[in-house]
Design a protein around this ligand. Structure first.
Ligand SMILES: [Fe+2]
Ligand SMILES: [Fe+2]
Length: 134
């Protein structure tokens, strides 16, 4: 497994850790899809994966923001703004324009994976830890 929770990713808040673990799973699924050489057409899997990511991140972000509100976290507005940016970026993966050729599908999966890894892992390790350790 390439993408899984390491000790440094744990916030110690159970429901947050469970949701982060699911996001890592989705990054792993993206990685697996990229490296899948058997599948001739990745369009369906890609649409499914992106939809799941959109839904799951929305759910996670709203839970996290509710939690931050409940502890009176002062930097909630900035944190929520980062979440909105992440959601917007995910929405930019245009499901209707996924082409049927293998190369361009792989490019989309690669772009999705790069985005997830850079953004998600940075966010969890740096930005999420700020409210945990406030
Ligand atoms: Fe988070
Ligand atoms: Fe967050």
């Amino acid at each position: 497994m390439m993408f899984e929770m390491k000790p440094e990713y744990y916030t110690g808040i159970d429901f947050i850790d469970q949701e982060h673990a699911r996001l890592f799973e989705l990054a792993q699924e993206t990685h697996d899809l990229l490296n899948n050489d058997i599948l001739q057409n990745k369009a369906d899997s890609l649409v499914h994966l992106i939809s799941e990511l959109i839904n799951y991140t929305r759910t996670h972000f709203s839970h996290e923001e509710e939690y931050q509100e409940s502890i009176g976290y002062e930097r909630l507005p900035e944190h929520a703004a980062q979440h909105r940016k992440f959601e917007d970026k995910l929405m930019e993966f245009d499901l209707d324009s996924i082409e049927n050729d293998f190369e361009s599908q792989n490019e989309t999966v690669e772009e999705l994976l790069g985005f997830l890894v850079n953004w998600l892992i940075n966010h969890i390790l740096k930005v999420d830890m700020l409210y945990v350790n406030q």
